[in-house]
Ligand binder design. Structure first.
Ligand SMILES: Cc1cc2nc3c(=O)[nH]c(=O)nc-3n(C[C@H](O)[C@H](O)[C@H](O)COP(=O)(O)OP(=O)(O)OC[C@H]3O[C@@H](n4cnc5c(N)ncnc54)[C@H](O)[C@@H]3O)c2cc1C
Length: 444
């Protein structure tokens, strides 16, 4: 049995390893257009200020390990350009310019997603960077010389916010431009306000409701043209969203969602027989929304990749779905969400109630207690949890994971109150903040 995998990172190589473990003697070929396998993109922002000493530390398993230890034909510099679904062939071009053609019995598309460049004008100028790959980050590090004073970041999602923190730690002036009225769109407005306050406290220049129209400069970027005027800059980082890498599927009848993500079923199968997809190039079933969604994250890519590999190996391994849990650090704040926020509940027509609450992360009388802000959204008729958002300096990670577990198990607010959570004053209040929040509706 010939297994071919396109994409040599989280989803692709998680699948490859499951096939290796479950199909003795499997012939596994992985095709990667780049030269580095299996690395933690999530760690890239933290290499910028040196808290992670080198991009090498982000590599989980290198190409040689896949080849020598696991017998996987792991190829680099192989860009797939076409899938011939009739004849089960994958074709493309090698970095050297040589074409290649490989036959498959089962194929996994795990090509991820690439950052979007939101404007065309001046986009080719030097000094404009995207944060996605190790070579890309090394280009940025080489460009971040002492002569660079003003750095402008486009996009206030998690990559933009993480980069703002680490570029600021390099003693650069940081300006963050966001199209909408708030950063961290995963949050409702009143919680995003805490993020805006933190940006201000740290000296980040935050420009909201600002549209970038183009870049200018002689050979290198010097100015950014926006609807609110022209801004001088020495360097630009673009973190304005991503697009699934599925353009090469044009002409196949593999079904795509509106944004180009590959539609997959619970077994990570596409609409074409023997072709699977996983990770940032694929859709994800959202348990709360009860529909396909697209929330590209490393957690999901690894899970979908593992399950795709098991299904390709002939095992029964359905993907239950995501609840949309994510977390990020922004200076002294932790920002986390799971499920849906009030904006989304409203848009999707849920009959919901929302509660806001603030509490100390440990016993109020214990030294170091700090306040966190929680918002929960529940279904009105039965108080089943639909989502939770938390912002605060400490203790956020522990609570959001309990909320995520509760969402997975379709728990209600009274169920949360019954949870037997750990308590001692250095760790908690006797009623955990999430349980205090659960009592906010006045009925329980
Ligand atoms: C800066 C940054 C920070 C992040 N932080 C977090 C975080 O904190 N938490 C979290 O959960 N997620 C985070 N993520 C997201 C996470 O890294 C991705 O969800 C994950 O890498 C997706 O894995 P993937 O295998 O689906 O795709 P990718 O990692 O994008 O891998 C796809 C691979 O396919 C290759 N490829 C593409 N097209 C072709 C082709 N035609 N032929 C051959 N090869 C091809 C690409 O070169 C790439 O190596 C972060 C991402 C970035 C960029």
């Amino acid at each position: 049995m010939k297994f071919v995998i396109i994409g040599g990172d989280a989803a692709g190589m998680s699948a490859a390893m499951e096939i290796y473990r479950n199909v003795p003697g499997a012939e596994i070929t992985s095709l990667e257009r780049g030269f580095i396998y299996s690395y933690g993109q999530c760690g890239l922002p933290y290499v910028v200020d040196g808290r992670i000493s080198s991009t090498k530390r982000l590599i989980a398993r290198d190409v040689e390990t896949f080849r020598d230890k696991y017998g996987i034909d792991a190829r680099v510099g192989h860009e797939v350009e076409r899938i011939d679904v009739e004849n089960q062939l994958v074709t493309g071009t090698q970095f050297s310019g040589e074409p290649f053609e490989i036959a498959y019995d089962k194929l996994l598309i795990a090509t991820g997603a690439d950052p979007i460049m939101p404007v065309k004008k001046g986009a080719e100028l030097a000094g404009i960077h995207k944060i996605k790959t190790i070579p890309g980050l090394e280009d940025l590090l080489a460009d971040l010389s002492p002569t660079i004073e003003q750095v402008t970041i486009l996009g206030g999602g998690y990559i933009g916010l993480e980069m703002a923190e680490t570029i600021h730690a390099c003693n650069k002036k940081v300006r963050l431009i966001q199209r909408g009225s708030q950063v961290a769109n995963i949050l409702d407005e009143e919680l995003a306000k805490h993020v805006h306050d933190e940006a201000k406290k740290q000296g980040i220049e935050l420009l909201l409701n600002t549209h970038v129209e183009g870049f200018e400069g002689s050979s290198r970027v010097e100015r950014i043209i926006t609807n609110n005027g022209v801004l001088e800059t020495d360097l630009v980082i673009v973190a304005a969203g991503i697009k699934p890498n599925t353009q090469f599927l044009d002409g196949t009848n593999i079904a795509l969602a509106k944004n180009g993500a590959i539609v997959v079923n619970r077994h990570l199968e596409t609409s074409v027989e023997n072709i699977y997809a996983a990770g940032d190039c694929a859709t994800h079933f959202h348990i709360v929304k009860e529909r396909l969604d697209y929330i590209p994250l490393g957690t999901t890519a690894n899970k979908q990749g593992r399950l795709a590999g098991l299904n390709m190996s002939g095992k029964f391994a359905p993907f239950r779905g995501i609840v949309g849990t994510s977390i990020m650090k922004f200076f002294d704040l932790t920002i986390a969400t799971t499920g849906i926020n009030e904006n989304t509940a409203k848009k999707l027509g849920f009959d919901y109630e929302a509660y806001k609450f603030s509490a100390r992360h440990i016993a109020g009388y214990y030294p170091g207690a700090q306040r966190m802000y929680i918002k929960i959204v529940v279904q009105k008729r039965d108080q089943q949890l639909l989502g939770a958002q938390i912002v605060g300096p400490a203790g956020v990670d522990k609570r959001i994971d309990v909320f995520a577990t509760a969402l997975y198990n379709k728990m209600t607010l009274p169920d949360l109150l019954d949870l037997d959570l750990a308590y001692a004053p250095p760790f908690n209040g006797v009623w955990d903040p999430l349980q205090q929040a659960a009592r906010m509706n006045g009925r329980i």
